[in-house]
Design a protein around this ligand. Structure first.
Ligand code: GDP
Ligand code: MG
Length: 394
């Protein structure tokens, strides 16, 4: 059963059927930037609480075995990295297989104790609640999903859909591929497909497996192996645990998370117009993605149309907003984070039923510029797997 709620749906069935007193829940959330233009909200410094690795079979390992090290070329302003090399050998993940939150949930199960220790119990009641299987975390999700939320006020092309279930007091957010993005993925031209390889090939040119051995650029590239960080933070009233893939770190073993580096590629910039578009559409995504886990540095390889990187540029994540400030055509980081805060509050108001089988689907598209939701109780959208639920009940 699918119930759509929008402004015209004044007599929602859900409200008629449900006689329990529920707090007032709004029907939509608008994403117009002007509505979120205030001070930057409280966002606690993200703290790494764990990490994990995925091997070539996409098997989970509760360790850093896949962490790679940044190994820059001698002269970053004069390089020649051919990103087209080896495309014929590329081992690509099957995008039809939807992993949803499964891998992250494996990490949660393997690290249950970390959810009890983040705050010392102060009262008898707290000591009690820390033994009840509750994770004391409002939201658990992938970093990439939050990046999308942050960028929504300024997005004008791609729609999104997020599934949310409330289980034991924690809201789990898992993205669902929209019809539009599925069509886009299925109709990619072969040239475009090849370009999605370039980003992974670039990584290979600048990372080392151990920090000492120079990059091995003859190896087969795959997008299956990976290394992810797990961080905890708080945005105003909402505590969050999320995980994101980390490309590499600067060679310092003592505090890897302070030395993480995000790698990007982008087309060479020649004109003012190209630079403005780069700042307006690309830097917002780069900033949001790295800001969330507190990742300090982004290294970008600028490439020509033939896929050859000619120079590297380093960006400090926290300084990216300086490049776009005072230009009304650009974007404002406060708007992004305020909107995310309001979205999380909206989710909390809407999602009332603590039941892992019940899924609330939140949808946004660039023409309506607002989030609507539907409620699904028929198991069609359920995404928290039984093995997770069973283990959590123990
Ligand atoms: P990002 O910020 O968009 O790169 O995504 P995250 O860092 O939050 O990644 C979350 C999980 O999704 C990790 O296990 C990634 O390996 C996986 N992932 C990231 N991008 C893609 C993608 O384009 N396709 C698929 N199937 N998985 C992805
Ligand atoms: Mg990257």
């Amino acid at each position: 059963m699918k119930r759509r709620t929008d402004d015209t749906d004044a007599t929602s069935k859900r409200q008629k059927v449900n006689r329990e007193p529920v707090s007032y829940s709004p029907k939509t959330l608008q994403s117009n930037p002007a509505l979120y233009d205030g001070n930057f909200p409280y966002f606690r410094q993200p703290r790494e609480i764990g990490c994990f690795s995925l091997d070539i079979d996409r098997e989970f390992h509760n360790d850093a075995r896949q962490l790679r090290y940044y190994f820059p070329p001698d002269d970053t302003k004069r390089v020649k990295f051919d990103l087209t090399k080896g495309y014929e050998k590329y081992i690509k993940r099957d995008d039809d297989v939807k992993e949803r939150l499964d891998i992250l949930l494996k990490w949660v199960l393997a690290n249950r104790e970390k959810f009890n220790l983040h705050k010392k119990p102060e009262t008898k009641e707290e000591i009690h609640t820390q033994k009840d299987g509750n994770l004391h975390t409002d939201f658990i999700t992938w970093r990439g999903h939050l990046t999308k939320i942050l960028c929504t006020p300024y997005e004008n092309r791609e729609d999104w859909k997020m599934a949310v279930s409330l289980f034991n007091g924690t809201y789990y957010i898992s993205e669902v591929e929209t019809e539009e993005s599925r069509d886009r993925r299925k109709n990619m031209t072969s040239a475009h497909k090849e370009m999605t390889y370039w980003g992974y090939k670039f990584e290979q040119y600048v990372v080392s497996a151990d920090g000492h051995t120079p990059p091995s650029t003859e190896d087969t590239v795959n997008n299956i192996e990976g290394y992810c960080t797990v961080v905890r933070t708080r945005l105003n009233e909402n505590s969050l645990v999320f995980s994101g893939e980390v490309d590499c770190c600067r060679g310092d073993n003592t505090k890897p998370s302070k030395n993480y580096v995000e790698l990007k590629t982008s087309r060479e910039i020649y004109t003012d117009r190209q630079y403005r578009n780069f700042k307006r559409f690309k830097l917002i995504k780069w900033w949001a993605q790295s800001f969330l886990p507190g990742l300090p540095t982004i290294v970008a390889g600028f490439r020509d149309d033939d896929g050859v990187v000619t120079k590297l540029e380093t960006y400090e994540t926290m300084k990216i907003p300086d490049l776009v400030k005072d230009d009304p055509y650009m974007w404002n980081p406060s708007v992004c984070v305020n909107f995310c805060d309001k979205f999380l509050c909206f989710v909390k108001q809407v999602v009332q039923k603590d039941d892992p089988r019940c899924v609330y689907l939140f949808e946004w598209n660039p023409s309506s510029k607002r989030i609507i939701y539907t409620v699904h109780e028929d198991d069609q959208q359920t995404f928290l797997p039984d093995w997770f639920l069973e283990e959590m009940q123990k």
